[in-house]
Design a binder for this molecule. Structure first.
Ligand code: NAP
Length: 335
């Protein structure tokens, strides 16, 4: 039986510790709970906001509908197919797959958040995106109560994008099905990963999934602040995917700009480089700062408010626009 709470403070339910309230709040543990929630939503005519661990959300205002914290658990496999409940912790799920000799998630180790949040922004790290192993997503359509299974294609995955991130999303993800493998092959194309493995005398070509997992965990622990100690949502801004013309203009201003050539004449540029070049790395203002270790990570504090966060984010965006004529896009979901 679900418990609906009213005027519920969300501060400890989002990793930036933003102090906003939900008109209604409940936690769900099962499909049965979902059915009860749907009846409540219908009865009151509420809009909904689904939360996992709140590690990729920026709450700009109180939420006038129902916030649903998704705790639906479950981890199992049938051969190479892995079934994960949306409320499972992502990193613990990655470790479970490795311990069961199921590989493919090692590059995605230590990404904060839940399984259900992972497809929303199509999490990616060190050259692997969740979409590359996603078989299907089981969800409930909040509008009509239908239980659906969406194929990889139907999720319309893109760079940190999916249908679940769009404004009119009406799906409550209950579980995901992944297609992993049991071979010792790994993806070690990223320079930071290669350098770390070489430092440990591991040939990147011959690294095992466990070695890659350990390397990724160590690198992330070095450059990315733990949200438990320093409240953050990982990358605050998206990396840039630009046309050749825009890239050439940028290269005239920043001779050493790193870039990655993509198909269809596009270029990926690390936004962290622009922010660092513009002098924002380590900058502090009011109750927020930009990490000294990673220019994409905005760090808040127990006393931060959304105004301080948005003010610093806008100043950085305006400065990057003025200096490089580039418009930054916030990566986490903004409500
Ligand atoms: P990095 O290794 O310093 O590289 C900087 C950027 O260049 C990365 O963001 C990456 O893009 C891109 N890049 C590097 N090597 C590439 C290659 N061989 N081909 C294509 N693109 C390449 O990056 P980092 O900031 O330390 O992050 C390491 C990984 O963790 C990245 O994959 C990053 O996305 C991921 N990460 C994710 C979050 C998050 O909150 N979502 C936060 C921090 C880091 P991509 O970002 O597209 O991989």
């Amino acid at each position: 039986m679900i418990k609906i709470k009213e005027k519920f403070p969300l501060k400890s339910y989002n990793s930036l510790l933003i102090n906003k309230k939900a008109r209604y709040f409940c936690e769900i543990d099962s499909l049965e709970d979902c059915k009860e929630v749907l009846e409540f939503i219908k009865l009151k005519g509420l809009k909904t906001l689904i939360l996992g661990e709140g590690t990729n959300i920026v709450l700009t205002k109180d939420f006038s509908g129902l916030v649903i914290k998704n705790n639906i658990k479950g981890i199992s496999n049938d051969g190479n197919k892995v079934f994960l409940g949306a409320g499972e912790n992502w990193h613990q799920s990655v470790l479970w797959t490795l311990n069961n000799d199921l590989f493919g998630l090692e590059n995605l180790a230590l990404i904060p958040g839940t399984v259900g949040a992972a497809p929303v922004q199509n999490i990616g790290a060190y050259g692997v995106e969740l979409s590359s192993v996603m078989e299907s997503i089981e969800a409930i359509n909040i509008n009509n109560g239908d239980i659906v299974s969406l194929t990889n294609e139907e999720c319309k995955f893109g760079y940190r994008e999916s249908i679940f991130k769009r404004k009119n999303n009406s799906y409550l993800i209950t579980s995901i099905t992944l297609n992993l493998h049991n071979e010792q092959k790994v993806s070690t194309d990223y320079q930071s990963l290669i350098a770390y493995l070489l430092k440990d005398d591991i040939d990147p070509e011959k690294a095992t999934p466990f070695q890659v997992c350990r390397a990724v965990v160590s690198i992330r622990n070095t450059i990315l602040p733990d949200p438990q100690d320093k409240p953050n949502v990982g990358s605050f801004f998206k990396n840039l995917i630009v046309t050749e013309d825009i890239f050439s203009n940028l290269q005239k201003k920043l001779k050493k700009i790193p870039f990655f050539k993509l198909p269809h004449g596009k270029y990926k540029i690390p936004t962290a480089y622009l922010i660092e070049e513009a002098g924002w790395k380590g900058y502090e203002e009011n109750t927020v700062s930009i990490s000294k270790d990673h220019a994409l990570v905005l760090i808040s504090s127990k006393n931060s408010n959304i105004e301080d966060i948005l003010s610093l984010s806008s100043k950085i965006s305006e400065d990057i626009k003025n200096k490089y004529d580039i418009t930054l896009e916030i990566e986490p979901t903004v409500y």
